[in-house]
Design a protein around this ligand. Structure first.
Ligand SMILES: C[S@@+](CC[C@H](N)C(=O)[O-])C[C@H]1O[C@@H](n2cnc3c(N)ncnc32)[C@H](O)[C@@H]1O
Length: 202
């Protein structure tokens, strides 16, 4: 049920934001900025919630990493495949993706966790943990949240948003350490976003 709604809602989201996502991101993008500040130079990198791959295109240019992207919006992936040919783009959700069999030095969770119902989160994070190499980095980009808030998703009546501090789940495990955190003010909505980088060391 959730899967059906999310696949549909993400195409509508792409239609609303397409103009900003068909151009390569710049160095002000919070994830690009975090990668630059931390001098990350992975051999490979996966972004989940990559839209067209516009952020990956910039990351690829800066780091030379082999970049992979997964997005639930079919339309975003179709656009991205035409625009950013050097990025490997896949349509779908991680829980059903063959990318689960691969390992990555960096995994970016690109601003979609707020749509995942908490009952689905441990399964998703378990898959991500298995896919992240030892010594790898997990980058979480989402709203900045202190407590827990559930709200109706204003763009789709079948979905809700769930805002909380996602990184705490990983940080409760001894193999994850927080190595970077930046909170940004998002002026248009008076909201705050956060990018954090967690290092995995077994
Ligand atoms: C707000 S956009 C962020 C785009 C880009 N990552 C960035 O940092 O600017 C979120 C993207 O996540 C995708 N998305 C939402 N839920 C998803 C899911 N469960 N799995 C994969 N992609 C998802 C949407 O289609 C959308 O392209």
């Amino acid at each position: 049920m959730f899967e059906r709604f999310i696949l549909k809602a993400t195409n509508a989201n792409h239609a609303r934001n397409r103009n900003e996502r068909i151009l390569k991101a710049n160095e002000m993008h919070p994830v690009v900025n975090a990668i630059k500040k931390n001098k990350l130079k992975p051999k490979n990198l996966l972004e989940i919630g990559c839209s067209t791959g516009f952020v990956l295109k910039k990351i690829n240019e800066l780091t030379n990493a082999k970049c992979y992207g997964l997005d639930a919006s079919k339309k975003a992936i179709q656009d991205g495949k035409l625009l950013f040919k050097e990025i490997k783009l896949y349509h779908g959700i991680l829980e059903r993706s063959k990318l689960q069999n691969d390992k990555f030095e960096v995994i970016v969770l690109g601003f979609f966790l707020f749509l995942i119902p908490p009952k689905n989160i441990l399964n998703l994070f378990n898959i991500i943990d298995k896919m992240l190499k030892d010594g790898g980095k997990l980058i979480i980009y989402d709203f900045y949240n202190r407590g827990y808030k559930k709200k109706p998703y204003k763009h789709n009546k079948n979905l809700s948003t769930f805002r909380w501090d996602f990184k705490k789940t990983f940080l409760s495990l001894p193999q994850y350490k927080l190595i970077y955190k930046k909170i940004n003010n998002y002026k248009e909505t008076n909201d705050k976003t956060e990018v954090s980088i967690l290092q995995k060391k077994i």
